[in-house]
Design a protein around this ligand. Structure first.
Ligand code: NAP
Length: 486
């Protein structure tokens, strides 16, 4: 197979600003690594504040014309992006795997998922509507006019290098907004490739700008401090999200915040255990566990604890670990050494507190950032592994005996992104859906992400929704006109 880097020519490993692909003002670059080998795969431009502001100039200049572009035309450009991503799925997927580490089959899944946001919002672009009605007291009419919020700044994480950007860029463009995306420093290549594809399909210059940088703090602060920026959408950790919310407050920016999670997955004794096992495997192991919606804590009702645990451990132990581009690999490399160290510390700490390792638990030697699929049982309530985002292939299993008890434990966290429930009892499922303090619930399903559904958290997992009809509303302001008409 050819080198996955061939898909992105050296001239496109630079900043995408307006109609240009250009170096950073000072000529600085930084290296991107293959996390499975630790080798450098590319150098990309390391933007400074001046470059970030140049991207904002471009986005601001393009704003009026893009907002005035007929919705049907904007829709067609989004459809063309969907088609191009779908046709070029294999090359995009290989680049994702190379820079991020996930197995190729998962990267293909991410391309399909990311592309689908363009298709969904192509369809939404032509369905933006206002209202016209008589004021209740009579005498005048109420007209609402939706308008694009203006130039948007996007900051995205490394775990879904395409999809986390796609689910911001697609609705923004559909609504008539221009964009500047700052991808994670560890995975900038996929976003540059997306910008190149969007250039090729004819998206006008200045509508999609991409600024790669190792100096996220400086560059993003400058963008948020500039009054031309009208919206921030961030996906990443709750910790960084809090910092950005404070900065966004100065200019009273519209914000969408997709932050961290600590999902509980609850297996009730009446569940179909085959379904629960499949669901738990997906909810835990999709994306190597490096997902905000990963099952972080698996609660199993006492009567089925032993059977579930034995069968789950067997499936976890059968997964093969290796380079994501190699055939037959289920579990690729984690993003970096810090991530492996953090996971190793959480597991060691849990074991020190009395947890037992059923599978995995040993950090391997050798190059690349690997950690094996691991199952822990008898995990004590106070172990940090039940409170922190594990962000890796480790599954702590805890038993429970009543719904009230497990609901209280599931909700005992600052996060509120998603919960999963496995039961054949409809009323029980609905009680959990109503009682879980989360923005999303998977019922007898471990996979909930869908561009046509509103994705987002409550509590400290975030503000706002991505995908679905709600997704485009995040990019629209509403002007209300009072029209005198006795
Ligand atoms: P992160 O450290 O918060 O980084 C996310 C992005 O923020 C990166 O582009 C990063 O740039 C940038 N950043 C870091 N510090 C910044 C600062 N001071 N000012 C401006 N930007 C800054 O998160 P991550 O480790 O990449 O991603 C994992 C986290 O994302 C997890 O907590 C996960 O739950 C969350 N996540 C949430 C969702 C959701 O939809 N709720 C989806 C996916 C991931 P650098 O790369 O240069 O540091």
């Amino acid at each position: 197979m050819s080198d996955p880097m061939n898909v992105l020519a050296p001239e496109h490993r630079r900043l995408r600003i307006g109609d240009a692909w250009r170096d950073a003002a000072g000529g600085a670059t930084f290296a991107v690594e293959d996390p499975a080998t630790g080798t450098t795969i590319a150098e990309v431009a390391d933007a400074g504040v001046v470059d970030g502001l140049a991207a904002l100039d471009a986005a601001s200049k393009a704003m009026a014309e893009w907002a005035a572009t007929p919705p049907r035309k904007r829709s067609e450009l989004l459809t063309a992006t969907y088609r191009a991503l779908t046709e070029r799925s294999e090359e995009v997927a290989r680049l994702i795997t190379l820079e991020m580490g996930k197995p190729l089959a998962e990267a293909r899944g991410e391309v399909a998922y990311g592309a689908e946001f363009f298709r969904w919002f192509a369809e939404e672009a032509v369905r933006v509507e206002g209202r016209y009605n008589t004021a209740p007291a009579g005498g005048y009419r109420i007209l609402t006019v939706p308008k694009p919020v203006g130039p948007c700044v996007f900051v995205t994480p490394w775990n879904f290098p395409l999809a986390m950007g796609a689910r911001k860029i697609a609705p923004a463009l559909a609504a008539g907004c221009t964009t500047i995306t700052k991808p994670a420093a560890q995975t900038p290549l996929t976003m540059l490739l997306l910008a190149r594809i969007m250039e090729e399909v004819g998206v006008p210059p200045g509508v999609v700008n991409v600024v790669t940088t190792k100096r996220a703090g400086e560059v993003v602060s400058a963008l948020l401090a500039d009054r031309r920026t009208r919206k921030l959408s961030f996906t990443g950790s709750t910790e960084v999200g809090r910092v950005l919310l404070r900065q966004a407050a100065d200019n009273v920016l519209r914000t969408s915040m997709e932050l961290g999670g600590n999902a509980a997955l609850i297996v009730c004794a009446d569940a179909d255990l085959d379904v629960a096992l499949d669901g738990a495997m997906v909810a835990k192991m999709r994306n190597i566990g490096e997902s905000c919606i990963a099952a972080n804590r698996i609660y199993v009702e006492e009567p089925v604890l032993e059977e579930f645990t034995t069968r789950f451990a067997k499936r976890m132990g059968a997964l093969s670990v290796g380079h994501g581009l190699d055939d037959g690999v289920d579990v690729g490399a984690l993003i970096d050494e810090a991530s492996v160290t953090k996971i190793d510390e959480l597991v060691t700490d849990a074991v020190d507190r009395g947890a037992r390792v059923l599978v995995g638990g040993e950090r391997p030697d050798g190059p690349g950032h690997f950690y094996p699929p691991t199952v822990l049982v008898d995990v004590p309530e106070d172990a940090p592994i039940l409170e922190e985002e594990i962000f890796g292939p480790v599954a702590p299993i805890i038993s429970f005996t009543s719904d009230d008890e497990v609901m209280a434990k599931a909700n005992d966290t600052e996060h509120g992104l998603v919960g999963y429930v496995f039961t054949r009892d409809l009323q029980r499922a609905l009680r959990f859906t109503e009682g879980l303090e989360t923005g999303m619930v998977g019922i007898n399903r471990g996979l909930i992400s869908d561009p046509s559904a509103p994705f987002g958290g409550v509590k400290q997992s975030g503000i706002g929704k991505e995908g679905s009809h709600e997704g485009i509303l995040e990019y629209l302001d509403v002007t209300y006109a009072a029209i005198d008409l006795p």
